[in-house]
Design a protein around this ligand. Structure first.
Ligand code: ZN
Length: 280
């Protein structure tokens, strides 16, 4: 089962959040029919967004967005919440790049010029947003610099998505390790010496292997959730100009909309569109 884990170590001076979510990443990537490089890049981005979501309270949500100037993928978009629900997409699911030293070239897919935006939505339409510039094509590095620059929290970020020979997701895991208020030199030294190594095992084991005194606070199941609906798309159509709607429906006989997050299609017949136009 896919899950997020939250816990503390070193006398509550270190906070750890981990995720193990192969099935969810695999499902989302299948919906978008991603090629391997896009699978890994989107998979990592989803894991990172999920772990950001794990830091929120119940009804809050987080949106992470990358606009890259020089990556093969121009847009990464993902949303998650504290309940372990996640959805997301990239604008280019079909990135096809030659291997570099036998490895998938994720860095060229991400690029190293652009912006990472993080938007936290709180209750009553209040939100907080913050942006950092991309430092490299390594998604983990960029999230670490977000924590450092925007939240002043030193954070170790590790994330990995492995594929099998057929290009299917074999594993999708990651963790954040953060220094909490009250940390001292010893904690810094400990983290500096920490071997960040592999993500080959279940994330629970990976974390327990790094911290003898790991104290698990919570495990949260992870799943893909998209809350799109025909009603929401109808609202979207309503915001378009009447003339524009009339023209499309005259030409096509209907209007087809598609959800970017889950690829679900919603068809609006001529009659339905006419009703939407009248309702305005
Ligand atoms: Zn959807």
């Amino acid at each position: 089962m896919d899950y997020l884990v939250r816990g503390m170590a070193r006398n509550d001076k270190v906070r750890i959040i981990g995720c193990d979510c192969k099935n969810t990443i695999s499902l989302i990537c299948k919906k978008h029919e991603t090629y391997p490089v896009s699978t890994i890049a989107l998979g990592r981005f989803l894991c990172l967004t999920l772990m950001m979501g794990a830091m929120l309270k119940d009804s809050q949500t987080i949106t992470c967005l990358i606009n890259s100037e020089n990556g093969e993928i121009k847009t990464f978009f993902a949303q998650a919440n504290a309940k372990g629900e996640v959805r997301g997409f990239v604008n280019n699911p079909y990135v096809d790049l030659p291997l570099v030293d036998g490895k998938w070239d994720i860095e060229s897919a991400v690029g190293n010029k652009g912006i990472l935006s993080v938007i936290k939505n709180f209750e009553e339409d209040k939100s907080f947003s913050s942006q950092v510039t991309l430092k490299s094509g390594d998604l983990a590095d960029n999230f670490a610099s977000y924590f450092y620059e925007s939240e002043q929290i030193p954070t170790i970020v590790n994330v990995g998505v492995e594929l099998d020979k057929e290009g299917n997701v074999k594993s999708a895991r990651g963790y954040f390790i953060q220094l909490m208020t009250g940390y001292d030199e010893e904690d810094i030294e400990f983290l500096e010496k920490l071997s960040l190594g592999t993500l080959d095992e279940d994330i629970d084991k990976v974390i327990s292997g790094m911290f003898d005194d790991f104290k698990r606070l919570e495990n949260v199941p992870v799943r893909f959730v998209c809350d799109c609906s025909k009603e929401k798309f109808a609202k979207g159509l309503k915001s378009l100009k009447k003339q524009q709607l009339k023209e499309i429906v005259e030409e096509e006989g209907q209007i087809e909309t598609m959800c970017n997050f889950c690829s679900e299609k919603y068809l609006f017949s001529k009659e339905e569109v006419e009703k939407i136009i009248e309702e305005e």
